[in-house]
Design a protein around this ligand. Structure first.
Ligand code: ATP
Length: 488
C-alpha cells in the first residue's frame, strides 16, 4: 500500500491567557512512501515524528492537508477503518492474558467479508494428507507427550500444531483418534485405514448436503450458487482465528511461547508479541513508534533485524519512528529527517549520510558525528583560519560558511604534501581501536569542544600539531546564514 502525505499540518492551540503560543508540531509535510517500503522517520525529540505517525494512524486529526492510502483519501477515517497495525515503545500487552490471547485479541470482534468455503471438507482433506504422509512422525509426537506417565493433551496438540502448521482443533482431532493406545503395527495400520475411510465418507455426505441445498463447489472447495461464489459477512470462526494466531506467531517466531504470560518473556520477546498483535489482522500499513527504545543494546540489535526480516517477508508498507540515527540508517529503505515539524531531507540512508542537504542533517547522522569548523570562502577558495582547504570555480560568492568534515575524511603521513591543501589540528589524544585509530583534536575555529577523527591504525601520529590532507567527498560546505549545503 502506497502512502502519500499531502501538505500535512498539525498545530496545537496555545493559551493566550497563560501566554502559551500555538505549537506547530508538523508543518506542510509532503511525503510519498512506496508500496512495501520501510520508511524511517528520524529526528530529535519534539520534531513532530509521533504526531505525524498518529495522524497516519487516525489517532490525531490534521489541522490541514491530506493522507492517502493508495487511491483512497483516509484523512477523515477512524483508525479501525484504515487497516493499520500500530506498535508502541511500551508494548502495551495485557498482563493477565496469555501470549496467545494477546495476539488473538484484535480478532475477537472482527467481522469479515469472505467467500464461503466447504471448510469441513477442507479440514478433513488436510487431516487425510497428514495421516497419509506423516503417520510415523505423528506417532512419535504423541508418544513424546507423555509427561510423568500421563498423556498431556495440550502438549500433544501444541506439538502437532508446531510441526504441521495446522489449527489447534485439527491437532486435537488427530490425537483423539487414539493412536496412543495402540501397540502393534497391524493395529495402527488398521486404525489409519478406518480413519481415512471415515473422512472420505464424511466428505461425501457434506458435499451431498451442499448439493441438496442447491450449492456446488469449485476445485478449491469455494461454495457456489448458480456458478457464482457465495459471499458472506460474519465473525471469524474459532479455527480461522486460531489459524491466523498460529501463522502470525510463526512469522514473528513466538510460537513456542503462546501459552505463557507476557511477564514470562524477555523484553524483545514481548515486543515481538506486540508486533504479532499488530500484524494478526493483516493490516495494509504497519506503524512503529520507537519500538526498540525499551530494550537493552543487544536485544535492540536483534529485534531490529527481526523487524527488518518480518517487514521483508510480509512486504507490508512500514513507517518506523526513531530518534536514533544508527537505528534508522540500518533498518530503513528510505529516511525522512525532520526538524521542528519540517521535512529536512528524504533519501536512502547512505545518500542522506553522503549527501546531506543541510548542516542539521549532516550533524544528525554519523557516529562519531561530523566535525564542524567556522570557515569562509574568498576568491573561489575555502579557508579554515589561515589555511586554504580547497579551491573550486563553483565557490563564486565570498562569504562566511560552516565546513563539515566527517571523522573518516582526514588523511595524514604520506598523503600530506606541504604544497597540498592541509588542515593543521592539535592532536590531544590517540586511542587505538584495532583496525582504526581515534584521534581527539582541537582547533581554534572548531564549533564544539573537540574534533574526533578516525584514521588507519598503521599510520604514525603523535600528540601535538598534526597536518591532515582531506578527502574531498568527506568535506561539506554550508552557508553561514541558511546552513544549506553549498556544492563545490
Ligand atoms: P519524541 O521523540 O520526544 O517523542 P516527537 O518528535 O515524536 O518527539 P511530537 O510528540 O510529535 O514529537 O511533538 C511535536 C511537538 O508538538 C512538540 O513540540 C510537542 O511539545 C508538541 N505537542 C505534542 N502533543 C501536543 C499537545 N497535545 N498539545 C500541545 N503540544 C503538543
Amino acid at each position: 500500500m502506497e502512502i502519500s502525505l499531502k501538505h500535512l499540518t498539525k498545530s496545537f492551540p496555545g493559551n493566550p491567557k497563560k501566554n502559551i503560543p500555538d505549537t506547530i508540531a508538523v508543518s506542510d509535510l509532503n511525503i510519498e512512501i512506496k508500496d512495501g517500503e520501510l520508511m524511517g522517520l528520524l529526528g530529535p525529540s519534539g520534531c513532530g515524528k509521533s504526531t505525524t505517525l498518529y495522524m497516519i494512524a487516525g489517532l490525531k486529526a490534521p489541522t490541514d492537508g491530506e493522507i492517502w492510502f493508495g487511491d483512497q483519501d483516509v484523512t477523515h477515517l477512524t483508525p479501525e477503518k484504515r487497516g493499520i497495525g500500530l506498535v508502541f515503545q511500551n508494548y502495551a500487552l495485557y498482563p493477565h492474558m496469555t501470549v496467545y490471547d494477546n495476539v488473538k485479541f484484535p480478532l475477537t470482534n472482527l467481522r469479515v467479508e469472505t467467500t464461503k468455503k466447504a471448510t469441513k471438507v477442507l479440514d478433513n482433506l488436510e487431516i487425510k494428507k497428514i495421516l497419509e504422509e506423516n503417520l510415523d512422525e505423528i506417532l512419535e509426537i504423541i508418544k513424546s507427550s507423555l509427561f510423568k506417565g500421563k498423556f498431556s493433551k495440550d502438549a500433544s496438540a501444541r506439538k502437532l500444531v508446531y510441526r504441521f502448521h495446522i489449527v489447534t482443533s485439527l491437532a486435537e482431532r488427530i490425537f483423539k483418534f487414539g493412536f496412543q493406545f495402540l501397540n502393534s503395527e497391524d493395529e495402527i495400520k488398521a486404525k489409519k485405514e478406518e480413519i481415512l475411510n471415515k473422512l472420505e465418507e464424511e466428505n461425501k455426505k457434506e458435499l451431498e448436503s451442499l448439493t441438496s441445498k442447491g450449492f456446488t463447489v469449485d476445485e478449491n472447495y469455494v461454495v457456489l450458487k448458480d456458478g457464482v461464489p457465495v459471499e458472506e459477512k460474519r465473525r471469524l470462526t474459532k479455527d480461522e482465528i486460531d489459524a491466523l494466531v498460529q501463522e502470525t506467531a510463526r512469522l514473528v517466531q513466538i510460537n513456542e511461547y503462546l501459552a505463557r504470560k507476557p511477564s514470562e518473556l524477555s523484553g524483545g520477546q514481548q515486543q515481538r508479541v506486540a508486533i504479532a498483535r499488530a500484524l494478526v489482522k493483516k493490516p495494509k500499513v504497519l506503524l512503529l513508534d520507537e519500538p526498540l527504545s525499551n530494550l537493552d543494546a543487544r536485544l535492540r540489535l536483534q529485534t531490529r533485524e527481526e523487524i527488518k526480516r518480518i517487514q521483508k517477508e510480509t512486504g507490508i508498507t512500514t513507517i518506523f519512528v526513531t530518534h536514533d540515527q544508527e537505528e534508522a540508517m540500518s533498518i530503513s529503505d528510505e529516511i525522512v529527517v525532520m526538524k521542528d515539524g519540517i521535512e529536512m531531507q528524504k533519501d536512502e540512508p547512505q545518500e542522506v549520510y553522503n549527501n546531506p542537504k543541510s548542516l542539521f542533517v549532516a550533524k544528525f547522522l554519523g557516529t562519531p558525528p561530523i566535525n564542524v569548523f567556522n570557515g569562509y570562502i574568498s576568491n573561489k577558495s575555502l579557508y579554515i583560519g589561515e589555511e586554504k582547504i580547497l579551491t573550486s570555480d563553483k565557490l563564486t560568492e565570498d562569504k562566511k560558511v560552516y565546513v563539515g568534515i566527517r571523522p573518516e575524511g582526514f588523511m595524514c603521513d604520506e598523503h600530506v604534501n606541504e604544497k597540498d591543501k592541509v588542515l593543521t589540528l592539535t592532536c590531544n589524544q590517540i586511542v587505538t581501536m584495532g583496525r582504526d585509530m581515534s584521534l581527539v583534536c582541537s582547533h581554534k575555529e572548531l564549533c564544539g569542544d573537540e574534533a574526533k577523527l578516525i584514521i588507519d591504525s598503521d599510520v604514525k601520529v603523535s600528540i601535538g600539531s598534526v597536518k591532515f590532507a582531506l578527502k574531498p567527498n568527506k568535506v561539506f560546505i554550508f552557508d553561514g546564514e541558511s546552513e544549506e549545503r553549498i556544492e563545490f
